[in-house]
Design a protein around this ligand. Sequence first.
Ligand code: SAM
Ligand code: SF4
Length: 342
Amino acid sequence: MYVSSPKPAAKAVIMKDSLGRHIHYLRVSVTDRCNLRCSYCMPAEGVEFIPHDEILRYEEIVRLVRIMAGLGVNRVRLTGGEPLVRKGMPELVESLKAIDGIDYVAMTTNGLLLPELAEQLKRSGLDAVNISIDTLDPTRFAALTGKDALDAALAGLEEALAVGFTKVKVNCVLSPDSTKDDWLGVASLADRYGIDVRFIEWMPMAGEEKPEGRVEEVKVALRKMYGALTPAKADTSGGPAAMFEATGSKGRFGFIEAISHQFCDRCNRLRLTSTGHLKLCLFYNVGIPLKEKLRDGSSDEEIEAAITHAVAFKPEAHQGVLASEVDAPTIDAAKGMYKTGG
Ligand code: SAM
Ligand code: SF4
């Protein structure tokens, strides 16, 4: 375990930004590396990976999360790149779960390594797993991700359920070239396993134009297959998905419309990139570099003050495309979700 001392007693602290939004959720990108190359996320070739010594060490992530737990963060999601390509993930989960105030640690993964790691992750205390699968057509999967690995992703999903994860969701990105067959194929996993399948609007991360929403098309296809979609009870965790039930499916369907129906007014999250930049909004390059502070002898109090100062700059809302002109400390433009952490 990566113990980060001293371990403070949990404080009932609430961190609010300048608009009064309650900030308590941190998404941590643990790596920019990945065993897939999804076309909408990572270039197929020519990716320059960040040198290892620029990536936050686990002890550094644990220290930052402990400091942020002291500021009121209680939920953490591990993402990437592909989090499971980084060795020692179960130990990191265990260390994060041991932090006072952190009561939920989840992971977003492409699932390929879950057949070998799901059981250890469950034992380490991981609370939930989101698995990204965009099509059930093996040929389309290979074309989209650069690897003939649909069976591995589905085996990962089955293993996560088999080892006892009760919070397993599937994420499906509605990329511009996705088809009705893709949506309905992935949607069938909801009924087959009794899980939530969530459709995510494709987000332009590399300067592309704001896309046309495709959610209505998906809803039409789902209604034809599963009957009327009835709004489900609101997600108590404050998640961004609008969830629906349908009489023809054991599992639910969700829609995350980050572009067309912005949920910025109830945004509760911060993002930590793998190089230690605290990013205040996915679509803005506004944030602060924390790696240097972790390595230059800064005290916990100094780091805490830097975070509190930065949170005041959290943008009010995004326009659905990557923005960079913000009057606040900035970080380099991140092109592609694998760098930012999706
Ligand atoms: N490798 C893991 C995975 O694929 O689940 C975690 C990292 S990935 C960047 C996190 C999520 O972001 C995935 O669900 C992925 O589909 C989604 N994603 C990546 N690029 C995206 C984009 N341009 N628009 C919308 N979602 C995107
Ligand atoms: Fe890798 Fe996830 Fe990006 Fe696909 S979406 S390339 S699996 S980081």
